[in-house]
Structures are given as structure tokens and as C-alpha cells.
Design a protein around this ligand. Sequence first.
Ligand code: HEM
Length: 237
Amino acid sequence: MNSETSALSGSGGVQARGLGRHDGARAAPVRNSDRWVVPAKIAVFVAAWYPLARIVLFGMTGNLGANPIEFITRSTGLWTLVFLCITLTVTPARKLTGINALLRFRRMLGLYAFFYATLHFTTYLWFDKWFDVAEIVKDIGKRPFITVGFAAFLLLLPLAATSPRVCARKLGRRWQTLHRAIYAIAMLAILHFWWMKAGKHDLLLPKLYGAIMLALLGWRLLAWARARMASRTRPTR
Ligand code: HEM
């Protein structure tokens, strides 16, 4: 796998591969055909607030249902998963369409995944457990779906912390390796969802998201295997 594996990553650096640069090292020059990118980024930036705006609106109009904490926890959890899926779709979409500028959306999407994960965790921490650390530690040890959710969140932290371009520049290849953790995070998130829903005998959505994640991961593995084969068969000068 190459620098494209990074998800909470900088913009448009893949073209830089082979020049000794990595993701986000330097912004690619803006071409005329890429003029749509800035307005589209603003649109995505605004649209990504919709899940939070919906919760706030429902809260203000008393529409959060009989159990508002459960509603908020589930809504933020599901949107974290949605943003993880969208973030991981960027590279395949770029390859399939040939639109390189799509990479310039990836860091923002990844950071929104982190944002909703933080809201999700904070809801649990605050309104479910009232910051009772002993109770939280017990819960993490006792309920496997909480254990894997927590592991996924912990793994997200270094990715979010190193998402600025300056970090990519400083860490070099180690940064790419670190950001491959996004696939482990995605799998842990599916396991978290699956375990939670298995107890309720309602596996339709976990199966759907699991299939999407497996397809995305499978695509990456295939691309990686092809690249390796191509580099092995390439004649040496
Ligand atoms: C990347 C990190 C995470 C993702 C993607 C994620 C995703 C999800 C999803 C999709 C749901 C189910 C939503 C639904 O029912 O439609 C959920 C529920 C839940 N998650 Fe997470 N989660 C993450 C991290 C965590 C963490 C760190 C905790 C707490 C330590 C946590 C605690 C919970 C709880 C308590 C529920 C609700 C269970 C219930 O209502 O019975 N999650 N999460």
C-alpha cells in the first residue's frame, strides 16, 4: 500500500509519490478544471454538520424520543461509521473516476469521523456514566462491544493528532504506516456495531456496513497486490 492509504490525511499528495514527497507535503497547483473544488469543499463542510444540527433541533423541539441519551449515542455512533465509510471511499472513487482532486476532501471527512466519534464517546462518558471512571473501566472490561469501540476510538486519536500536513512532513514514511490504522479502526467499528446489535437480533445494518467495509478493504488489498506484482515484473535498468 502507498501513501493513499491514509485517511485522516492531508490533501492531494499522492501525485507526489516517487518525488520523495508524501501525502500533504505540498499543495498541488490549482488547475482551471479544479475550480469546483473550493465551493464543493465548503458544501461538504456545511453538510457534515447536518447530523449534529438534527440532534440539536430534535432536542429543542422535544423530539429525541423516550430515551434522548440512547438517541444521541446511537445517532453519533452511526454517523461516525458513515464518515469512516465515506473517507475510505475517497481513494477508490479517485482511481475509478480519475478525478485526483477528490483527495482534497479526505482529511476533512476523516476529521468529521473523529468529531462524531468524540461526540459519541462524550455522550457515553458524560450522560451515561457521569464521568464515573471506575464504572467506565468496569464496563470496558466487561462488555466486549464497549471494549472494541473504545479500542477504535483510542486508535483514532493519533490519526487525528497527526492529520495536519506539517505532521505528515515531519513523520515521513512512519506517518503513512500510522494512518493505515484506519482499516483496523473500521473493522473494530463494525465489530462494535455487530456485537451491540447481535444482542438485539437485528443484524441488517451491521451486515450492510460490514459488507461495505470489506469491499473497500478488499479493493485496497487488490490494488496493493497489483502494485507489488507490477514492481516485481518491471525490468530493472
Ligand atoms: C470509532 C469509534 C466508534 C464507532 C464507529 C461507533 C459506532 C457505533 C454504532 C454504529 C452504534 C450503533 C448505532 C445504532 O444503534 O444505530 C454504537 C452504539 C454505541 N456505542 Fe459506539 N462507536 C464507537 C466508539 C464507542 C466508544 C469509545 C464507546 C464507549 C466507550 C461506545 C459506546 C457505545 C454505546 C454505549 C452504544 C449504544 C448501545 C445501546 O444503545 O445499546 N462507542 N456505536
